[in-house]
Design a protein around this ligand. Structure first.
Ligand code: G
Ligand code: G
Ligand code: NA
Length: 254
């Protein structure tokens, strides 16, 4: 069957699962949240990663129902954990540009919050720079209406898009995520390190938090500590985990 047909059936049959990757404070290792990352639990292929189906979901419009499921499921799961007393200050959900184009995104987010009972400040929406550019003139109003709900807004993969820094002045952003390509080379490549350093300094000057993605070892973490980066995620803390494994990880994490 064509990918699109298989994807449509998978949505009907709820064959998706969320994994959660912990986000941790650079200074003291405290867990500051989790990022929800979708996987397709396909009967034939097993777990399929988002890179293989998000593009098809976007082209076909299926990202609307899929994205809605991700949003609701992430809010529901964080609420379950909160009721169990787990110290998790937030869940981050990825939004692709098609999601902004295809649906009344503010109403959908508002619905998901109401349905789950999750307070808005516990939900973080990750958007990419390309999304902001593609929305053109409607982007500031759209982000403002999301921000007015009380959710947190994050720029994902910061530094690799083709965008202008000017939007940082007008958009109500809470955090920048340094792309993992910079972190990967931070020990060896002078310019990768300088870019990371500059993003942290600029973020802080604009009162934004900065999170580094893809931290895999203690040397990368030490450099991020020197740069005074606020938070990180990556294999050094934990790979993305199935929901049932997160409480155990939290209990074992220093
Ligand atoms: O989970 P993994 O690290 O394989 O994710 C690969 C990419 O897929 C990441 O860039 C991530 O932003 C994207 N992604 C993961 N989950 C979602 C989702 O629920 N919605 C969208 N739009 N993208 C996602
Ligand atoms: O763009 P986004 O941050 O949503 O992408 C997250 C992706 O990065 C997922 O595919 C996730 O599995 C992957 N990832 C998370 N931590 C690490 C890491 O430490 N190293 C590498 N190489 N990939 C990571
Ligand atoms: Na992301």
């Amino acid at each position: 069957l064509a990918m699109e047909t298989r994807l449509r059936r998978a949505i009907e049959h709820r064959e998706f699962v969320l994994y959660f990757q912990p986000q941790v404070s650079v200074a003291d290792g405290r867990t500051i949240g989790v990022e929800a990352l979708v996987r397709w639990n396909d009967k034939e292929k097993g777990l399929v990663g988002p890179d293989e189906f998000i593009p098809v979901a976007e082209e076909s419009g299926l990202i609307a129902p899929l994205g809605l499921w991700v949003l609701k499921e992430a809010c529901r799961q964080l609420q379950v954990w909160r009721h169990r007393g787990l110290a998790l200050p937030q869940v981050a959900v990825n939004f692709s540009s098609q999601q902004f184009l295809l649906q009344d995104v503010t109403a959908r987010v508002s619905e998901a919050l109401e349905l789950s009972g999750l307070p808005p400040e516990f939900l973080e929406l990750e958007i990419t720079e390309s999304l902001l550019m593609r929305q053109g003139d409607s982007a500031p109003a759209m982000l403002r209406s999301l921000k007015d709900l009380g959710v947190r807004l994050v720029i994902d993969d910061f530094g690799i898009g083709y965008s202008s820094l000017a939007y940082l002045r007008e958009f109500p952003i809470d955090r920048l995520k340094i792309d993992q390509s910079f972190v990967r080379d931070i020990e060896t490549d002078h310019s990768a390190r300088e870019i990371a350093s500059t993003v942290v300094a600029m973020g802080h000057n604009l009162s934004l938090e900065v999170l580094a993605e893809g931290v895999e070892n203690v040397r990368q973490l030490e450099i991020l500590k020197m740069l005074e980066c606020d938070a990180y995620q990556g294999f050094f803390a934990s790979a993305p985990l199935p929901a049932e494994d997160l409480p155990g990880w939290l209990a074992a994490w220093p």
